[in-house]
Design a protein around this ligand. Structure first.
Ligand SMILES: Nc1ncnc2c1ncn2[C@@H]1O[C@H](COP(=O)(O)OP(=O)(O)OP(=O)(O)O)[C@@H](O)[C@H]1O
Length: 601
């Protein structure tokens, strides 16, 4: 068992180890394609690198009048050209196949990892979102890493052959590579600088994208028009875009200057080498031709190697490091492995629980909360907006672990229980529910995966959620496709979607914890009241498992029927008790109740 959900690997893992992990992943999915693509990309490098040798031999043959040598060199040149083309075509086709297949595997892997993380911090923390945005939005580019590594190896092989050819004239010509070192150094250093700048300004890029979506998608379209802030959105996008673009281009321009300086050094070195072979070594025509051909190609190869390594470090490697980080993150998030209880006998206890959201550690959202939720009870949580009600519910559902203190289930710390086992015994509906645009049967059945396609279970859940009227109006009943974006799909009103979400929350028949976090906010007060009356009655009569129902609501007419009411105020528990005892105490609850009751008079 690992210790805590709060262990978070903050730094991105090393580049080489991340790349190695990505290769192992590719090999696991496509061993043969990966190996063949790699070997072919090496093979296709060889004939190209040999061209310098054939040119030198051709020159020597022509100058010395050696027809045999001319023929050999000409055949060599022809064969090199043909093989370079042929191997490149085959290798490109193969690589494309490998990329298609590995992209599908990678997408599945990343989606699986993100869904497997037991907490939701990585989807709520801005710094993690920035880190993961590349993986989420551009997962398809990760497969370029493989190609980039293959090409880099190909270019390095060409470089090796070319240096060997130069050394066949004189060993010191290998020093030409030293003149290329500044270009290598620049390509190792500048992409890192550019990447850091990009990471710094990533929030602006996300904001620009957010504004773009605001301006171009259907959901905010009505408010955008009625409130008339369309032009503000456009200006906001422009500003965010500038905030992203300016530092990015400055860094790119600085890189361009450094690269130019580095290449100037190489150019000078090349000129010195040619002059030295001609004058210093009194080289033959073949030597001069070889140093010209090989040296010229050397610059091309160094350029390509450096460019490829730059891409590799700047883009592709970065993606693999993010993926490795996500893998580590998902791995340490595994928490308790203990079984979930079969039934609750005592209940759930908050023992001096404090909580601050990751990324905002200095702001306690819950402070030293101690609370007993007795088995079999209906508990209502009330408090003003932002008081911490939903956060309390998130801790109960193990979306987060407390920053301090413990949540105990029948005396057992919740973080020692396997989150999946615990969540299998949790059911509920939330105010920020998701509209699953599937057939109604599945949109509801998702609430209990093993019974996804079970119409009887879905119908029972619909009745429990008081959503019969919604299903009755659907032309094909539970078989109706929901969501206007799909063929034959119907859209529902917000309240109807909320009832579908509520039915989904009621799919599980014997949860130990039923969480209702303002799931009926869009329904009228009377409907909500009637619904909760039924829930409360069911919780009291048919509750052999000691199920605890936790209800978050702003409506006191609903809240008053709970056995226990918890009043949160400023991150702390202000009061706990039944409606009657809290009214008698004339504290915060009575004050809030009276305000609401007065508005109904
Ligand atoms: N993911 C998050 N990251 C950082 N802070 C958060 C996050 N979610 C909520 N908060 C903050 O925690 C505080 C409590 O939020 P919470 O959603 O628990 O309140 P609530 O009582 O449910 O409010 P409401 O009645 O409006 O739903 C708020 O100040 C909110 O800004």
């Amino acid at each position: 068992m690992t210790s805590s959900v709060e262990v978070e690997p903050d730094a991105l893992p090393g580049a080489l180890s991340s790349m190695w992990r990505l290769f192992k992943l590719g090999y696991r999915h496509e061993p043969r394609l990966l190996t063949t693509a790699f070997v072919l990309s090496l093979l296709s490098a060889l004939p190209d690198a040999m061209v310098a040798l054939w040119l030198a031999l051709l020159g020597k043959g022509v100058v010395g009048g050696d027809d045999r040598l001319v023929t050999v060199a000409a055949v060599g040149l022809g064969a090199s050209a043909t093989l370079t083309w042929l191997l490149r075509v085959i290798s490109t086709r193969l690589q494309r196949r490998f990329r298609d297949k590995v992209t599908i595997a990678l997408e599945g892997h990343v989606a699986g990892l993100q869904a497997r993380v037991v907490t939701v911090a990585h989807q709520e923390r801005p710094d993690y979102l920035d880190r993961l945005s590349v993986l989420r939005d551009q997962i398809f580019v990760l497969d370029h890493l493989y190609m980039s590594v293959f090409s880099t190896c190909g270019w390095i092989l060409r470089l090796g052959v070319t240096i060997g050819l130069l050394m066949s004239i004189h060993w010191s010509l290998a020093l030409l590579v030293v003149a290329a070192l500044p270009t290598v150094a620049a390509s190792g250093w500048r992409p890192g600088v550019e990447r850091r700048v990009q990471e710094e300004v990533a929030p602006y890029q996300r904001r620009a994208t957010h504004f773009y979506r605001l301006a171009t998608t259907a959901a905010p379209a009505r408010e955008l028009r009625v409130l008339g802030f369309g032009s503000r959105v456009a200006t906001g996008r422009r500003t965010a875009w500038d905030e992203w673009y300016r530092p990015t281009t400055t860094a790119r321009w600085a890189s361009a200057v450094w690269y130019t300086l580095a290449w100037t050094v190489f150019g000078l070195g090349f000129v010195v080498a040619v002059v030295w072979v001609t004058d210093g070594l009194d080289g033959t025509v073949a030597d001069v031709l070889l140093v010209l051909a090989a040296g010229g190609r050397l610059s091309g190869y160094v350029g390509a190697t450096v460019g490829e390594i730059g891409f590799l470090r700047g883009v592709w490697l970065d993606g693999s490091r993010r993926l490795a980080w996500l893998e580590d993150y998902a791995a340490v998030q595994r928490t308790g492995d203990g079984p979930a209880p079969v039934r609750l006998t005592d209940g759930i206890r908050f023992d001096h629980v404090s909580f601050a959201y990751p990324g905002a550690r200095d702001r306690l959202v819950l402070r030293d909360v101690s609370l007993d939720l007795p088995a079999g009870s209906v508990v209502a949580v009330v408090g003003e907006n932002g008081a911490g009600k939903s956060t309390l519910v998130k801790l109960l559902a193990q979306m987060y672990a407390p920053t301090a203190g413990h949540v105990l289930v029948d005396g057992v710390p919740l973080d020692t229980i396997d989150p999946e086992a615990w969540r299998a015994r949790v059911a509920g509906a939330f105010q920020d529910f998701y509209r699953f645009e599937l057939a109604a049967q599945q949109s509801i059945g998702l609430g209990d995966l093993p019974r996804l396609d079970d119409p009887e279970a879905a119908s029972a859940a619909v009745t429990r959620a008081g959503a019969d009227d919604v299903v009755r109006r659907l032309e094909d009943g539970l078989d109706t496709q929901l969501g206007p974006h799909w063929p034959g799909g119907v859209d529902l009103s917000f309240g109807q979607w909320q009832k579908v979400a509520l039915a989904r929350g009621f799919m599980r028949e014997a949860p130990l914890l039923l969480v209702l976090d303002e799931p009926t906010a869009a329904l009228d007060a009377e409907t909500e009241h009637a619904l909760f009356e039924r829930f409360a009655a069911a919780a009291r009569s048919d509750n052999v498992d000691g199920r605890i129902t936790v209800l978050v609501s702003h409506r006191f007419s609903t809240v008053r029927m709970a056995d226990l009411i918890v009043v949160l105020d400023g991150a702390e528990v202000a009061e706990v008790g039944s409606h009657e005892s809290l009214m008698a105490a004339r504290g915060k609850y009575a004050e809030l109740y009276d305000v609401q009751a007065a508005s109904y008079r």
